[in-house]
Design a protein around this ligand. Structure first.
Ligand SMILES: [Zn+2]
Length: 197
């Protein structure tokens, strides 16, 4: 721009130069910026993962993986799982000025989630699993109030919350016998819905 001005180019020609060179460059930069943002976001959440913000967003469309014959111990007798959801959260701790210290996004890995049965009660059960991941993702985002903490401490705390997420998912399946004890299933559904309110 400065070089162009120094050469004393007439106004009309200058405008022409701007349209011919600067605008395409600006447009291209914008495209690159957007593409790389999407690309980086994909890297962050995982190629086959889909972010979500509410349990109700989870549907059978998200269960695109092939069923795996997984043995379940249902109170002493062996059964096989009808579905499996792979939901978790992805988090990042930032050190950028004026930017959230911690960002966490709940995701469902659609290629690692599968079903062999399409019942409403089973979908409800899988949704509670997604709700548990969502709740712990919120807990990670709450770490923003400790913005003065060292990055290592924030990562450690988020990792601990991830461990708690796994423990809670297992407890939910254990206590409800994978959704087969209806009274317990209902209790969990209520509990998670309340926690997400
Ligand atoms: Zn389950």
């Amino acid at each position: 721009m400065i070089l162009l001005l120094n050469r004393n180019i007439p106004d009309s020609e200058l405008k022409d130069q701007i349209y011919k060179t600067l605008l395409p460059v600006a447009a291209l930069s914008l495209v690159i910026l957007c593409v790389s943002d999407t690309y980086l976001f994909k890297l962050f959440v995982g190629k086959t993962s889909k972010p979500y913000t509410d349990m109700s967003e989870i549907g059978w469309n998200d269960f695109q993986g092939s069923p795996i014959k997984e043995e379940l111990n249902l109170d002493g007798h062996i059964a096989y799982a009808d579905a499996q959801i792979n939901s978790t959260f992805r988090f990042k701790v930032n050190e950028v000025y004026n930017y959230p210290r911690v960002i966490s996004i709940p995701v469902i890995d659609t290629k690692k989630s599968w079903t062999s049965k399409y019942s409403e009660s089973l979908l409800k059960h899988e949704r509670v699993h997604s709700g548990i991941s969502l709740y712990f993702s919120h807990r990670v985002n709450e770490l923003n109030k400790y913005w003065t903490w060292q990055t290592e401490s924030l990562i450690e705390k988020a990792d601990q919350l991830h461990d708690s997420l796994i423990v809670t998912q297992k407890r939910f399946d254990r206590e409800t016998l994978h959704g087969t004890i209806k009274s317990k299933e209902y209790e969990w559904e209520e509990r998670i819905t309340k926690l997400l309110d």
